[in-house]
Design a protein around this ligand. Sequence first.
Ligand code: HEC
Ligand code: HEC
Length: 370
Amino acid sequence: MAPCEEQNVGNVGCVATAEILRSVAIGQDHKQALSGLGFELVALLTSAFASSAELISAPAATNRLSAPLGLEASLPIPEDNPLTPERIALGKKLFYDPILSQSGTISCSSCHLPERGFASDAALSAGIEGKKGRRNAPSLFNRLYAASLFWDGRVSSLEAQALEPIQNPVEMGSSLEAVLERLRANADYRQAFKLAFSDGISTQNLARAIASFERTLLSGNSPVDRFRNSQFSALSDSARQGLWIFESKGLCSKCHSGRNFTDEKFRNTGVSWGKAPNDSGRFEVTGHEADRGRFKTPTLRDVSKTAPYMHDGSLVSLREVVEFYNRGGVPNPNLDPSMKPLNLSDSEIQNLVDFLEALSGGKVPSTQLK
Ligand code: HEC
Ligand code: HEC
């Protein structure tokens, strides 16, 4: 197998080297115990080993999870939901299965399309009976690093998030009781839950399994990461110029900061200000007037795959997004102070677009596809 550096892949399908994958050091004991079982584990956050008995007693399986180049090396895995191959496999099965919806027609992947960076290709994606919500389905890459979830940050863990769409009347339109009943009636699920959790099928375990699968969806090792890792030919001149604008006069990195290109904060760009139906964003969660029109700064990783853009899906291309910023967003009383007309030339706009396109690296490993 080739080193990851030479293949533009995410976290699987290439030989992990310490420099490239920035693997988390695994204690020698664990390493031996794991390799003894044929458990190919490149890296796991040490906290996962709080419950390592559970992890190590898992039957032999192949699972490689490591932070691809460019991401924080330590993968935040909650202590009460250690990542195991059985949980990941069960979560994947659930993610792609319309059994979670009342009609038996909608799965998580109906709106979070793997080939679109696990985002939707429609401004507003259709849920049960073709009903539409009011927001664009965002990418699911690198969600394990997220401080909060949803455009307004109303939930704080992937476990809590996973139960929301199931019960949302315009998404999957079901109830937790009904889903548990359908799962209990299914021999495959009874078996898979038993393998993954000592106490079998429950709401909590349903959430834990889906969250475990989502934690494996990582995007890194993009041309931008390789450039920053001294592979200077990884970026075209134009994309390199775009990187410079992104970090300087474009003001982009004021909000899209850090390895995941987000400050995890809520910001007002004005994108849907004054449009009907009114969406007041973070205000709905906090009730603070200053939060009206603020939405979570999204990651920009794999952003070239996730059009249309913004919480309302109103901008159809990266060029439209950059032109929106070039105008300084939409004026409103709560507009973020970092939103200003940029006076970028047409070629500078193109530089930024080329840079954004060079943020893709999250080739979805085939093991994560249906
Ligand atoms: C009908 C379309 C639809 C379905 C089905 C759906 N989602 Fe979503 N998802 C969305 C939309 C729209 C949002 C944004 C909603 C908001 O911010 O208020 C979202 C947001 C999310 C987020 C938050 C991402 C972030 O960065 O804030 C996660 C995680 C997620 N969905 C996972 C799932 C999972 C897991 C399932 C299946 C159990 C699922 N979704 C089913 C449309 C859908
Ligand atoms: C004031 C903070 C801020 C600044 C400055 C900023 N962004 Fe954003 N960006 C956001 C927020 C917040 C959103 C989501 C807005 C919404 O949907 O309401 C966003 C959305 C985006 C999206 C769409 C992502 C998606 O998944 O829909 C792209 C692309 C983007 N920004 C690129 C840029 C670029 C390029 C620049 C610099 C020219 C920039 N941003 C400057 C905060 C900012």
